[in-house]
Design a protein around this ligand. Structure first.
Ligand SMILES: Nc1ncnc2c1ncn2[C@@H]1O[C@H](COP(=O)(O)OP(=O)(O)OP(=O)(O)O)[C@@H](O)[C@H]1O
Length: 283
């Protein structure tokens, strides 16, 4: 996907650091999301993904650094800006005691740009019954409802913390393609975390890989297949200039910024899919 750098950033982290009781959860992280970007955030449990999202939304104060969000800053998000942001936390939710229909009616009233036909389309897609009590919904149905609530007003910025973990494969696949359409049609940016690397490969334009609070990799998913490789150096050869070592395991190196011209320096060069890359990074 072609990104226009001249577009105004929708979300930008500048040297973000977040500590809890002196323990770093985010460590000097910088990353910018432009319109049309669907960024898949990948990292082990505790890597800092939810913390990053909660800092972006001003739910958590930052320890150091700045976050720009929709032309403002995360410590002072206006109600007009909030109408342009959709967020689904890892554990939605509220609306206990409401039916699905009443919960949606209340939620809808906060968003002037609510798209009723999109809401109806998704309700039937997820087979949600408007008369059902919210507290009686299954975990996956609640997640579906949370997604409708976060997306039916076509937000400019959509932040989803493991949005599909409880969805069945059919719902997941359909939702994922909607996500992509939303970003492209509405010129929105999406930041979503997921442990399902195949989903991420299918819909993300970019992957952001976090390890222990640091952003280890942030690049277009297509570029990843070229530039990240598992290599073994020929005896006596030194590492080509420009190559960045992400991890080292005996004679195997996981490298970024690989180029075909560097091949003579290695006895083996193995491309990685996202899951393999993730495994190699954490060996
Ligand atoms: N409110 C908090 N108080 C103290 N420590 C916290 C708090 N929230 C998160 N942490 C710590 O920050 C680190 C990052 O947690 P975070 O929830 O961001 O990870 P994550 O990548 O989202 O993990 P998962 O994939 O399990 O959801 C962890 O060590 C966690 O214990």
């Amino acid at each position: 996907m072609q990104m226009q750098e001249s577009n105004q950033a929708i979300l930008a982290f500048h040297g973000l650091t977040k500590a809890f009781d002196g323990q770093l959860a985010i460590d000097d992280l910088s990353m910018t999301l432009y319109p049309g970007m669907v960024v898949g955030l990948l990292g082990q449990n505790g890597a800092g993904k939810s913390t990053l999202m909660r800092c972006a939304l001003g739910i958590l104060d930052v320890t150091e650094g700045q976050i720009e969000i929709l032309g403002g800053t995360s410590d002072n998000i206006s109600s007009a800006q909030k109408e342009l942001i959709g967020y689904v936390p890892q554990q939605p939710f509220g609306y206990e005691g409401f039916t699905v229909e009443r919960a949606l009616a209340l939620h809808r009233s906060f968003y002037p740009n609510w798209d009723g036909s999109l809401e109806q389309e998704w309700l039937s897609r997820f087979q949600l019954d408007g008369a059902q009590q919210v507290q009686r919904l299954s975990v996956g149905q609640r997640q579906s409802l949370a997604l409708i609530m976060a997306m039916a007003y076509r937000p400019k910025l959509l932040i989803l913390d493991e949005p599909v973990a409880s969805l069945d494969p059919i719902a997941r696949r359909e939702f994922m393609s909607d996500l992509f359409d939303l970003a492209l049609d509405a010129g929105s940016a999406v930041l979503f975390s997921s442990h399902i690397t195949s989903d991420l490969e299918r819909v993300a334009s970019h992957v952001a890989l976090m390890r222990k609070g640091k952003l280890v990799l942030f690049k277009e998913i297509d570029a990843l297949r070229e530039s990240v490789q598992l290599v073994s150096l020929k005896p006596g050869e030194s590492l080509p200039e420009g190559l960045v070592v992400l991890n080292r395991q005996q004679d195997k190196l996981l490298v970024d910024h690989y180029e075909a011209a560097m091949a003579p320096s290695f006895t083996s060069v193995t491309p990685m899919n996202l899951e393999q890359l993730f495994m190699e990074l954490h060996r």
